[in-house]
Design a protein around this ligand. Structure first.
Ligand SMILES: [Zn+2]
Length: 79
């Protein structure tokens, strides 16, 4: 049988807790990035009035709900 002191047991418990919190944090960051990417893939900026609107369909040409101008789906890539 392995003898474990109380201080070692507390240290092990704290280490497990820190690992658990770090794993939850990484999973939350990954979920946030995934959701942000999904939202940004569906947002189109109108080339005439500048308004942003969300489209659910994967059509290449969408109609702006504000000014009724047809717009191409734009990629919101970083410069
Ligand atoms: Zn517009």
């Amino acid at each position: 049988m392995i003898k474990v002191t109380l201080s070692d047991l507390i240290l092990i418990g704290m280490a497990i807790g820190v690992v658990f919190v770090c794993m939850q944090w990484v999973l939350a960051v990954l979920a946030e990035r995934r959701a942000s990417r999904r939202i940004s893939d569906n947002v189109v900026f109108c080339r005439i009035c500048g308004s942003a609107y969300q489209v659910e369909k994967h059509a290449d040409i969408t109609i702006c709900p504000v000014c009724r101008t047809p717009n191409e789906r734009n990629t919101m890539d970083a410069i």
